[in-house]
Write a protein that binds this ligand. Structure first.
Ligand SMILES: C[C@](O)(CO)[C@H](O)COP(=O)(O)OP(=O)(O)OC[C@H]1O[C@@H](n2ccc(N)nc2=O)[C@H](O)[C@@H]1O
Ligand SMILES: Nc1ncnc2c1ncn2[C@@H]1O[C@H](COP(=O)(O)OP(=O)(O)OP(=O)(O)O)[C@@H](O)[C@H]1O
Length: 283
C-alpha cells in the first residue's frame, strides 16, 4: 500500500581525504575525495498531501525557507516530475551548519529520495543524483548512499569498501563558508592527482587545511587537542569539523569524554552504507 508518511535520517559524511587538482572555467574546482558516512543524522518527516504546496517546519533558524535546501529539493523534484501533490516536511536539525559534514546537502538528498517514494515517481537513483547536483556538489553522494571515491566536483563516484573505524568529531565554535575557502588566494589548486591505491596506502591530505587554519585558528587548536588521543587527525571538507580515527569504541569514547569538557564532540562509527538506505532497507 502507498505510504502516507515517512521519517528518515539525513546522515553526515566525512571526507577521508580532499585533494584539489584543478580549477574549472566556471570557478568550481576539480577534486579527488573519499566519502564515508557516519551515524550522526538530521531527521526528516514527510507527509504527502493534496495541497500542492511544499511546507517546512524547522528548528533551523536563520535560513529563509526559499533558500533551505529541503524546500529547494522538493520544488525541484515536483517541477521535474510534474507532480500535483504537495508535502509537509518537519526537520529535526542535529548537524552543525558550515561544519563540513554536509548536513544541508544530506537533507536535500533525503528529501529527493523520500518524495520519490511518497509521490510514487519511480525515478532511479542516477536521475535523483543528477537532480541533486543542481543543488550542490555534495548532494549526489548522499543520494548514492555508499562510501565512495569521488572525482569531478565530487559527482563522479565509485564504490570503495573501507574499514569502519570509530571517529571522534570535534565541532569548533565557528562556521566555515565553503565558498570563502574555495576562493582563497592562498589555496593550492594544481596538486597532482593520486589513485585509489595511493589513498588506501595512507595518502590522506586535505588541501583546504592550511587555508582554513589560517582563517580559523580555533580549527588548528581543535586538531592539536585531538592529536593527544590519536595519531590520525583530519579536517572534513572545508571544515570547521575535525576528527580522529580510532581502532576501538572504548578508545573513541574515552577521548570523547575527555574532550567534551571543553569542546562540542560527537562519537560515531563510520558507515559504508548510508543510514538513509539502512532505514529504507535498500542498498
Ligand atoms: C568541500 C566539499 O564539502 C567536499 O565534499 C564539497 O565539495 C562542497 O560541496 P557543497 O557544499 O555541496 O558545495 P556547493 O554548494 O556546490 O558549492 C559551494 C561553493 O564551493 C565552491 N566549490 C564547491 C565544490 C567544488 N568542487 N568546487 C568549488 O569551488 C564554489 O565556490 C561554490 O560556490
Ligand atoms: N537544510 C539545511 N541545513 C543546513 N544548511 C542549509 C540548509 N539549507 C540551506 N542551508 C545553507 O547551507 C549552508 C551550508 O550548510 P551545511 O551545513 O550543509 O554546510 P557544510 O556542512 O559545511 O557542508 P559541506 O560539507 O557540503 O560544505 C548553511 O550555512 C545554510 O545557510
Amino acid at each position: 500500500m502507498k505510504p502516507f508518511s515517512l521519517r528518515l535520517p539525513a546522515p553526515a559524511k566525512l571526507n577521508l581525504t580532499l585533494r584539489i587538482t584543478g580549477r574549472r572555467p566556471d570557478g568550481y574546482h576539480d577534486l579527488q575525495t573519499v566519502f564515508q558516512f557516519v551515524d550522526v543524522c538530521d531527521w526528516l518527516e514527510f507527509r504527502s498531501d493534496a495541497s500542492g504546496e511544499i511546507r517546512l517546519q524547522t528548528s533551523l533558524a536563520g535560513v529563509p525557507e526559499e533558500q533551505n535546501l529541503i524546500v529547494r529539493a522538493a520544488r525541484l523534484l515536483k517541477e521535474y516530475a510534474g507532480v500535483a501533490a504537495g508535502a509537509d516536511i518537519i526537520l529535526e536539525k542535529n548537524l552543525p551548519l558550515g561544519g563540513g559534514l554536509g548536513g544541508g546537502s544530506s537533507d536535500a538528498a533525503t528529501t529527493l529520495v523520500a518524495l520519490n517514494h511518497l509521490w510514487e515517481l519511480g525515478l532511479d537513483r542516477y536521475t535523483l543524483m543528477n537532480l541533486g547536483l543542481r543543488l550542490g556538489a555534495d548532494v549526489p553522494i548522499f543520494v548514492f548512499g555508499r562510501s565512495a571515491w569521488a572525482e569531478g566536483v565530487g559527482e563522479r563516484l565509485q564504490i570503495v569498501e573501507l574499514p569502519e573505524p570509530w571517529y571522534v568529531i570535534v565541532v569548533p565554535p565557528c562556521h566555515v563558508s565553503t565558498a570563502e575557502i574555495f576562493s582563497a588566494p592562498d589555496l593550492t589548486r594544481d596538486n597532482d592527482p593520486i589513485t585509489i591505491t595511493d589513498f588506501l596506502a595512507g595518502s590522506h591530505d586535505n588541501h583546504c587545511l592550511d587555508a582554513v587554519v589560517r582563517r580559523y585558528p580555533v580549527v588548528g587548536e581543535a586538531m592539536r587537542e585531538l592529536e593527544k588521543y590519536s595519531r590520525d587527525v583530519r579536517l572534513t571538507g572545508t571544515g570547521a569539523c575535525v576528527y580522529s580515527v580510532h581502532g576501538s569504541e572504548d578508545e573513541a569514547r574515552t577521548a570523547c569524554d575527555d574532550l567534551s569538557r571543553d569542546w562540542v564532540v560527537l562519537v560515531t562509527p563510520g558507515r559504508n552504507l548510508s543510514p538513509l538506505y539502512e532505514a529504507l532497507n535498500e542498498r
